[in-house]
Design a protein around this ligand. Structure first.
Ligand code: EPZ
Length: 416
């Protein structure tokens, strides 16, 4: 429940990156030993993966707030077909991790946010290229993979895919010889996962560029690792500050990861000041319209697209936002219209006519980032907003209502 129109002021500390941790927890399965993962965000996707690893036979427990211990030395089950696996998209990383460790895996098809077709053909193509035989049982929603040997090879990804890049790295860490991934994705969480695997003894070079080389090693050992800050959580607070007006210091981030958003916010009339590990956004709430095109990193992230659409809804003039990553990521627009947003969709292009005022609305979060967009719309709208289905938002934002309240927002969770 939000009462809108408060300016936002103060500091917000950003948590560990969801899309890094959801790859790093499964990666810990490959090690013969104990991994300690720090800067762990307290979000639903992490709890779901923790539950999954425990069910697989690993010891996986919080040893401190924000620190997870994973001991998979006694993990001896490669059958991950239970419910918690189906709940999140990133459980597809269990395929690469279990395949690396056991040369065998049975994994339920992943769930996650529903914004159109989310294929995993590139993941499977890469596993096949490494030597896996795969049975795709779509009737029962289970993928089975088995390999006598995994042997390094050249893999060209037809589409730049975060998931396929990470999954190929996972599967190739213990493969014989060298695997090369071409047209690899370059997102910060790919570099983070590669850094974690390297700390465990893997030999991965080139993560963060479009060619990654993995030289297979015999085994991986335990390691302690600190997750990078969440680029998308940081971006969400930066956009909220821009729209609501005020002075927000977004702390514990890597400012370089925010370049595409910082440039847009400046174009829209905000002052954006970068420090070593923080960005200050200063805004009077009067934004100008702009053009945005989502792209793979270092382009403008698709995971900030809904939040940006909410922001542009109050910008002066007509904005054009083109979604190039997901074919159907505008399903939430219907909900934004309830705030008075004037948005028309033509295929992958949203035309946003800025309006001077939004009004509070009763809406349902349709997925994680769409939910965040509704929070931003509610914060900047006159009157009361009620957002349902907040469990979607909890999947990726730690303590969102507390963080916003500390910045001066009038927001509360009315029912657990
Ligand atoms: C990751 O999803 C993120 N999820 C998504 O974040 C994010 O939207 C997406 O990358 C793009 O940045 C996680 O990291 C867990 P992709 P992923 O494979 O890996 C096509 C969020 O809100 N494709 O990079 O599943 C696909 O259809 C979430 O935090 C294939 O064609 O995305 C899409 O058009 C939601 N075949 C494009 O590639 C494949 O086998 C990029 O998808 C795989 C993908």
């Amino acid at each position: 429940m939000i009462k809108g129109r408060n300016p936002l002021n103060g500091e917000v500390v950003i948590s560990g990156a969801k899309n890094a941790v959801v790859a790093i927890i499964p990666a810990a399965i490959i090690a013969n030993g104990v991994c300690i993962i720090d800067n762990l965000p307290a979000i639903e996707d992490v709890r779901c993966l923790q539950d999954t690893l425990i069910k697989l036979g690993a010891v996986c427990e919080l040893i401190d707030e924000g620190t997870l211990m994973v001991d998979s030395s006694n993990l001896n089950n490669w059958n991950a077909t239970f419910d918690s696996v189906r709940r999140i998209r990133a459980s597809y990383y269990l395929m690469g991790a279990l395949l690396a460790r056991f040369k065998e895996a049975k994994v339920a098809l992943p769930g996650g946010c529903n914004f159109g077709t989310r294929p995993i053909d590139l993941h499977l193509k890469a596993f096949r290229a490494l030597g896996a035989v795969i049975d795709e049982d779509y009737d029962n929603g289970v993928i089975s993979l088995k390999a006598d040997r995994l042997v390094g090879t050249n893999i060209f990804l037809d589409t730049v895919s975060v998931g396929a890049t990470i999954n190929t790295m996972l599967a190739a860490t213990l493969a014989e010889g060298v695997t090369t991934i071409e047209n690899a994705a370059k997102e910060p969480h790919i570099v983070d996962t590669a850094n974690f695997l390297n700390m465990m003894g893997a030999k991965i070079k080139g993560a963060g560029t479009d060619v990654i080389r993995i030289t297979g090693v015999e085994s991986l050992h335990g390691a302690e690792y600190m997750i990078i800050p969440d680029q998308i959580e940081a971006g969400t607070y930066m956009i909220a500050a821009a729209v609501c007006g005020g002075h927000v210091s977004v702390r514990n981030i890597i400012p370089k990861h925010m370049d595409s958003l910082s440039a847009k916010l400046k174009e829209m009339g905000c002052k954006v000041i970068e420090g070593d590990d923080y960005i200050d956004v200063i805004s009077d709430g009067n934004l100008s319209a702009t053009r945005v095109k989502t792209m793979a990193y270092p382009g403008f992230p698709t995971d900030l697209q809904p939040q940006m659409v909410a922001g542009l809804s109050k910008a002066d003039g007509i904005s054009i936002l083109t979604e190039t990553v997901w074919e159907n990521r505008f399903q939430y627009i219907e909900q934004l219209r309830k705030f008075g947003c004037d948005i028309t969709i033509d295929g992958r292009v949203a035309t946003i006519h800025g309006v001077s005022q939004l009004h509070g609305a009763e809406v349902m979060a349709t997925d994680l980032r769409a939910g965040a967009a509704m929070v931003i719309a509610g914060l900047s709208a006159n009157g009361i907003t009620k957002i349902g289905n907040v469990r979607f938002i909890d999947r990726g934002y730690e303590k969102i209502e507390y963080k916003l309240k500390a910045l001066g927002a009038d927001i509360k969770r009315v029912k657990e």
